[in-house]
Design a protein around this ligand. Structure first.
Ligand code: SF4
Ligand code: SF4
Length: 485
């Protein structure tokens, strides 16, 4: 293993000594020219990029009043400084939300204010932007604590949009989006491969349960179109939740289908603040819902996917008047499943999970950037109620780090890439400290979450911090064990 700096777990989250610029050498890999072109961006940094960057910045300020306010209204009160997990993990002042935003405000002051000051858009500014705007997971924790509601995630998205617009893209995100366009999903998996995998899962389900539990693909006329993150088809522990979805639909007797054209819940367009790409990816879901003549759309366990689908679908690609008018917005699989348990359509045996003492990690995009169910706060209660309905032992992590104050996993918004591993290690640290707490006090041995990125990041980080990677799992994985078929 590389020589990474990994903090010792004590349960304490200390404000670190400030080490300016310590993370300045961490940078993401450049996008390929082909991916950039496919996404509608210049293929590389071309002559005149400085003027273009300033021009795009001006367009964003003209079109996005919130961004302009965020540039103007910060009073440097410092309330956000110790709220970002990337600062807590690194001590780099540029990883405080205000420090990160200052990287953009400096340029803003130079070009767009009468008072002046600041710095022109130079190569050094470009280098810093490529570094620090990819050490922000767009988690919005800072916005939760800022008295003015400044949302640094929006600033990061704008910075990335400017970078892409001048041909300075990030490899991982652009590659993933391009893959969605030609294959339907982040993994670049075609229909044939998907069919094969789903067939294997059906065999596994038969071996496990003795029942013919189907995982249909591209079936016209099903009641539900199920949109899962593509990690659910291939990666552990994600696949276990997919088996849970299948069992729930089977037992409830509700027909459903997956789609190969829309075989991805994730929407990486959001990570680069690109409205056009968010909309284009999202449209695949609704085109497929219409083509397959389903009545409703249900989303699997993925945090930002849920935000993109639940919050923006109707305004970007609606209205969806071809659906059952009770379900014009997508439903979350947790909400759907809990409803079936509550109305006794599904019966469960909690003791099937008695080996587990479970805690729950709220993914940022579910907790702070979206909703679920019908009441405010249901995005916190529904996942917890579902867990408690299928396990006997549940304990929450410490207050102030859960629900709307949850920490990020440290890899959201396109940070789940190995060249910035130290950033990921830094970013996950506060959550690992709160986990340490409940492991020590309550012997927690199952860390549930409903986000594909969280699952992948925690599975990689747990061994680095001394925990078994198989402690990480989905909620539908717990349902899968408890459901009585
Ligand atoms: S959005 Fe999250 S990662 Fe970005 S600066 Fe704010 S707290 Fe840090
Ligand atoms: S909390 Fe808000 S106003 Fe205060 S420094 Fe941070 S961004 Fe600025």
């Amino acid at each position: 293993m590389e020589n990474y700096k990994i903090q010792k777990l004590t349960g304490e989250i200390k404000v670190p000594k400030v080490s300016p610029g310590i993370m300045g050498t961490e940078s993401v890999n450049p996008a390929s020219e082909k991916d950039m072109e496919e996404l509608g961006f210049p293929k590389n940094l071309q002559e005149g990029w400085e003027e273009r960057a300033v021009g795009v910045f001006k367009q964003l300020l003209d079109n996005n009043k919130a961004l302009k306010d965020y540039m103007d209204i910060c009073v440097r009160c410092g309330a956000c400084t110790d709220k970002c997990q990337f600062f807590l993990g690194s001590g780099d002042i540029n990883n405080t939300p205000v420090g990160r935003a200052e990287l953009m405000r400096n340029v803003y002051r130079y070009y767009f204010t009468t008072a002046g000051g600041g710095t022109p858009f130079t190569k050094d500014v470009l280098r810093k932007w490529r570094s620090y705007f990819y050490q922000c997971s767009e988690c919005r924790r800072c916005a939760r604590f800022c008295p003015y509601g400044i949302d640094t995630a929006e600033i990061t998205m704008a910075a990335r949009e400017i970078l892409d617009s001048i041909g300075s893209g990030q490899k991982y995100i652009t590659q993933v989006i391009h893959q969605v366009y030609w294959s339907g999903n982040n993994m670049g998996t075609n229909e044939h491969a998907l069919k094969t995998v789903l067939g294997e899962f059906e065999e596994d389900l038969k071996d496990e349960t003795g029942k013919d539990i189907k995982i249909p693909l591209n079936e016209e006329g099903a009641d539900v179109l199920l949109i899962a993150p593509s990690a659910d088809f291939f990666a552990m522990p994600h696949t276990e939740s997919l088996l849970g979805y299948a069992k729930v639909f089977h037992k409830a007797g509700i027909s459903y289908t997956l789609s190969s054209y829309a075989s991805e819940a994730a929407n990486f367009g959001m990570f680069i603040g690109s409205y056009d790409n968010v909309k284009k990816i999202n449209k695949r879901v609704w085109d497929e819902a219409k083509r397959l003549k389903v009545k409703r759309v249900i989303f699997g366990e993925c945090g930002h996917a849920w935000r993109a689908a639940y919050n923006y679908s109707n305004t970007m690609n609606g209205p969806f008047d071809f659906l059952d008018n009770r379900y014009l917005q997508p439903t979350h699989i947790c909400d759907f499943t809990l409803g079936l348990i509550k109305n006794n359509t599904i019966k469960v045996d909690k003791s099937a999970n008695d080996e587990f003492i479970v805690t729950y990690h709220d993914p940022c995009n579910v907790a702070r950037a979206s909703r679920m169910g019908s009441e405010p706060g249901d995005q916190f209660t529904i996942p917890r109620d579902l867990i408690k309905s299928v396990v006997n032992h549940f304990v929450d992590m410490r207050k102030g780090t859960t629900e709307a104050e949850t920490f990020c996993c440290g890899a959201g918004a396109g940070l789940l890439t190995d060249e910035i591993m130290q950033t990921r290690i830094n970013g996950v640290m506060p959550r690992m400290q709160t986990l340490y707490d409940v492991v020590e006090k309550y012997h927690v041995n199952y860390f549930a979450t409903i986000c594909a990125i969280c699952k992948t990041q925690f599975s990689a980080m747990f061994p680095m911090y001394g925990y078994e990677r198989d402690m990480v799992g989905g909620i539908l994985q717990l349902v899968s064990s408890a459901i009585i078929l």
